[in-house]
Design a protein around this ligand. Structure first.
Ligand code: NDP
Length: 386
């Protein structure tokens, strides 16, 4: 019997389960790059479309865990030395956490987690785990690669359109009983013809490019490895050798790179200054990729016309976080990768990884971040250790 410690976000304030808007969701069995969607052997302990990412949802793991004789502890109390998370951590063999409500597995916490063998991210992005410390402690780190890439890509497209067309302030005017069309449109443009660039054209970044192609926007990207020439010509992509060249050339910049030591705060004051006046910046990757205060200043000065994203630091963001009230922001809580559609996939992927781990069969390479004392699988492509 193993202890599985699962940290999930709190239940809806209106209670659990919510009243569902729809009765079913489309079945996705394969992703754009050919990777198959998660396929656990056991029956899913949930109906796809249910709310699984909150405490009462338990990622649908309860019946499986109990049938295997495991102890499943689910909590949202994750921060501080007197949290439930720290209380149960020393005996936990598996920790499951979601980037939306990250249980930060710091070096200090890893030192206390004497029994920990698997840190599993139900979602994508394992930067809330000190990967260096995990590797040294022999902990496997895995995530459900691909499970919510399209969910995030759709959110990025929504944010591009809502910022450029001035959707949110105009909606607020309607809600408030107004009809101030001049106020709605004095910041409203068409995206057609605007240059869009993504820093990082991996699973999400490339999906965003594919979706924006239909809007007749010249598309740009940068990353260390150039994409296949057939993809470049199909989408008419302009490749830039570095982020600075891209930032100078486009109207809208999208950040879609993982967070690791050399990408931390790489979008700083100097980089923002290189963007054209009136540019938009979208960040659904990680908040620490940008200089938090520099973003606020650039919006206040008018250098940036808008900033939107769903990633903050820390998470949950304090109620006085400056990004909540900075001008022309389209921020949401960290929600893009945890739509009900995404949850069905990453909950199934979590179960698949647990089955492999306890069944001593290999976890898919795509899912591995750290294994056998070093970066592995997707982790070896995406991250760098300190
Ligand atoms: P991928 O690994 O598929 O893509 C990341 C891309 O970034 C790669 O193509 C890589 O290309 C590029 N890259 C890495 N380092 C650099 C660098 N220093 N400069 C330029 N490009 C770089 O990841 P995903 O697309 O699946 O996810 C991207 C990030 O989005 C995740 O790491 C996560 O932080 C975030 N995310 C957010 C979610 C949300 O809910 N908001 C949900 C899912 C993910 P190359 O190696 O050639 O440089």
């Amino acid at each position: 019997m193993a202890r599985i410690l699962c940290v999930l976000y709190p239940d809806p304030e209106s209670g659990y389960p919510p009243t569902y808007t729809r009765d079913d969701i489309p079945v996705i069995t394969q992703y754009a790059n050919g990777q198959t969607a998660p396929l656990p052997e056991a029956d899913l302990g949930f109906k796809p479309g249910q709310l699984l990412g909150c405490v009462s949802g338990e990622l649908g793991l309860r019946s499986w865990a109990e049938s295997q004789g495991h102890e499943l502890i689910v909590t949202s109390d994750k921060d501080g030395s007197d949290s439930e998370f720290e209380k149960y951590l020393p005996e936990a063999e598996v920790v499951i956490s979601q980037p939306f409500w990250p249980a930060y597995l710091t070096k200090e916490r890893i030192a206390k987690a004497h029994n920990l063998k698997l840190a599993l991210t139900a979602g994508i992005g394992s930067d809330h785990v000190d990967l260096d410390a995990a590797a040294k402690a022999g902990i496997t780190v895995a995530e459900v690669t691909g499970s919510n890439s399209i969910s995030v890509a759709e959110h990025v497209v929504m944010m591009v359109l809502s910022l450029v067309r001035n959707y949110l302030p105009s909606h607020q005017i309607a809600v408030n009983g107004g009809w101030d069309i001049a106020d709605c449109v004095s910041r409203s443009y068409d995206v057609e013809g605007m240059h869009f660039g993504t820093i990082g054209a991996g699973r999400i970044g490339l999906a965003v490019l594919r979706r924006l192609k239909a809007f007749d926007m010249p598309l740009h990207y940068t990353q260390r490895h150039q994409l296949d020439p057939t993809i470049e010509s199909e989408l008419g992509l302009t490749y830039h050798p570095d982020a600075e060249s891209l930032a100078r050339s486009v109207d809208i910049v999208n950040l879609q790179v993982p967070l690791y030591p050399s990408t931390e705060r790489f979008f700083n004051r100097e980089m923002l200054a290189k963007m054209k006046r009136g540019s938009y910046l979208i960040n659904t990757a990680r908040a620490q990729l940008v200089d938090q205060d520099a973003v606020v200043e650039a919006l206040e000065s008018g250098h940036l016309a808008g900033y939107a994203g769903d990633v903050w630091y820390p998470q949950p963001a304090p109620s006085n976080h400056p990004w909540r009230n900075m001008p022309w922001n389209g921020m949401t809580p960290h929600m893009s990768g945890t739509s009900l559609s995404a949850q069905a996939r990453y909950a199934a992927g979590t179960l698949e990884i647990l089955e492999c781990f306890f069944g001593h069969s290999p976890i898919r390479e795509d899912y591995l971040i750290v294994d056998n004392g070093g970066l592995a699988g997707t982790g070896a492509k995406s991250y760098k250790l300190n």
